[in-house]
Design a protein around this ligand. Structure first.
Ligand code: EPU
Length: 419
């Protein structure tokens, strides 16, 4: 078990460079198995979820080489379509569900354990299954595995009942190899949807409309390998923006796409934080007092659910009462108990947290309940009045590359200990 020890009270100053987007690359790596080919993927973050996905594909028979942030994935030899033996690996992450779409696309069959991932609420995959069935797959769920077979994979018109990132990417992965036209309506529009679609198009797929709520996919018989560079991570960028703001720091965040950050920039500006676009990235300058604001999480281009937890830390020391309404995952407030232990004043009413700012947070031992809660705990530790110990940081390692080194480079006093 590892933990972070943070000595709070140091404003972050300097520059940090953002790595590739976790939730894009976790769709792109399975996409690479859609043909017997070799692809080169750059700007791949070194995080646990990516390493786990690579590990699973290698066990299925893919040959994968990694050099720094570049992955070369060779799937020229057939790979297994039955992942059921690797339920321990797939159970540790959400994105293992993308193997369903990718293997169904390539082999017309797939057996994949039900996914794991952060415990942040009810996370059904009914929309994924509805999409696969519409493409002609027979789907059964047995002994914790999803088993699918579709001798004839056929394009279809699919209207998603909810906006789902996972279902949009997953059905897209299978539909690129189906016969004829698939239309996805009420599709998710997140930047990583566009990134996966761009990668697939470079592999020879024919996808139009990614980034809007109607995506049209004309199935192709042949695909080929390609070279691709993953977009920067929107959520990691937002986390560093908030870390700079909450510590009253001054940080230039490089390798970012400012357009992806508009919802976050707008809310930080409303709080009184200075956010400036510069040639090289986004500069964030923390100011005091932070003003209370109201945030409602929404699918992109709204405020991302993955950043409401770090945002709660800014609210915890803002002047007045702020609210967060979580409209995507109903249990994404588990971290609030930990913030309360540090002196934050938070009350929860159904899906809304009301947070009344206090002068400062007091350092203590706190626990990470999931990936983004972990980012919030780190931000809380950075401003607390003394030494904070954060346990269960394995969640943080799933999604943040070099967090402690990057923060140290910005002047934070943080170290990792093994217990
Ligand atoms: N939903 C359904 N049925 C489905 C799929 C989703 O009802 O078949 C509901 C969910 O319960 C939720 C909403 O639709 O209320 C949105 O879920 P979505 O499918 O968009 O989420 P996801 O695919 O499970 C991905 C990210 C999450 C991120 C969400 C929302 C990956 C691997 N995970 O999850 O990332 O919070 O989209 O943007 O891409 C994280 O990075 O920390 C993380 C949790």
């Amino acid at each position: 078990m590892e933990a972070f020890i943070i000595e709070g009270g140091n404003p972050l100053r300097g520059e940090v460079t953002i790595s590739g987007a976790k939730n894009a690359v976790l769709g792109i790596i399975p996409a690479a198995v859609l043909c017997a080919c070799t692809s080169k993927i750059e700007n791949v973050p070194d995080i646990k979820d990516v390493n786990k996905m690579v590990d699973i594909l290698e066990k299925l028979g893919a040959e994968i080489y990694r050099e720094k942030d570049t992955l070369i994935i060779n799937t020229e030899k057939p790979i297994a379509y039955d992942v059921s033996e690797y339920d321990e690996e797939t159970g540790q992450m959400r994105a293992s569900y993308y193997l369903l779409g990718a293997l169904l696309g390539r082999y017309r069959k797939a057996i994949v354990p039900l996914p794991g991932g952060c415990n942040i609420g009810d996370r059904p995959i009914d929309q994924h299954i509805k999409g696969f069935q519409a493409l002609g797959a027979k789907v059964v769920i047995e002994h914790g595995h999803v088993k699918m077979e579709a001798p004839n994979l056929k394009g279809a018109h699919i209207f998603f009942d909810v906006v789902s990132v996972g279902a949009t990417i997953n059905v897209m992965l299978a539909a690129v190899r189906a016969d004829g036209l698939t239309v996805l309506e009420n599709a998710a529009k997140e930047p990583h949807i566009v990134d996966v679609a761009n990668f697939l198009n470079l592999m020879g797929a024919n996808i139009k409309g990614a980034g809007t709520d109607v995506i049209k996919i004309r199935g192709v018989d042949e695909m080929h390998g390609c070279e691709y560079s993953v977009i920067p991570d929107q959520i990691t960028t937002g986390t560093y923006m908030m870390a700079a703001a909450v510590t009253k720091g001054n940080v230039l965040i490089k390798n970012v796409i400012p357009k992806h950050m508009e919802a976050i920039t707008a809310k930080l500006t409303e709080m009184g934080v200075e956010v400036r676009e510069e040639d090289d990235g986004i500069r964030v300058i923390g100011k005091r007092p932070l003003k209370a604001i109201n945030v409602k999480t929404m699918p992109y281009p709204g405020f991302p659910t993955d950043l409401q937890q770090p945002m709660a830390v800014l609210m915890a020391i803002a002047r007045g009462t702020s609210t967060i309404t979580e409209s995507i995952f109903e249990s994404r407030f588990k971290y609030v108990d930990e913030l309360r232990r540090m002196g934050a004043t938070v009350s929860i009413n159904s899906r809304t947290a009301s947070i009344t700012g206090v002068k400062t947070l007091s350092a203590t031992k706190i626990r990470t309940t999931d990936l983004r809660a972990g980012a919030a705990m780190v931000l809380a530790g950075l401003i607390a009045d003394g030494e904070t110990k954060i346990t269960d940081i394995v969640h943080i390692d799933r999604g943040y590359e070099n967090l402690q080194e990057n923060l140290r480079g910005l002047g934070a006093v943080i170290r990792r200990i093994s217990e």
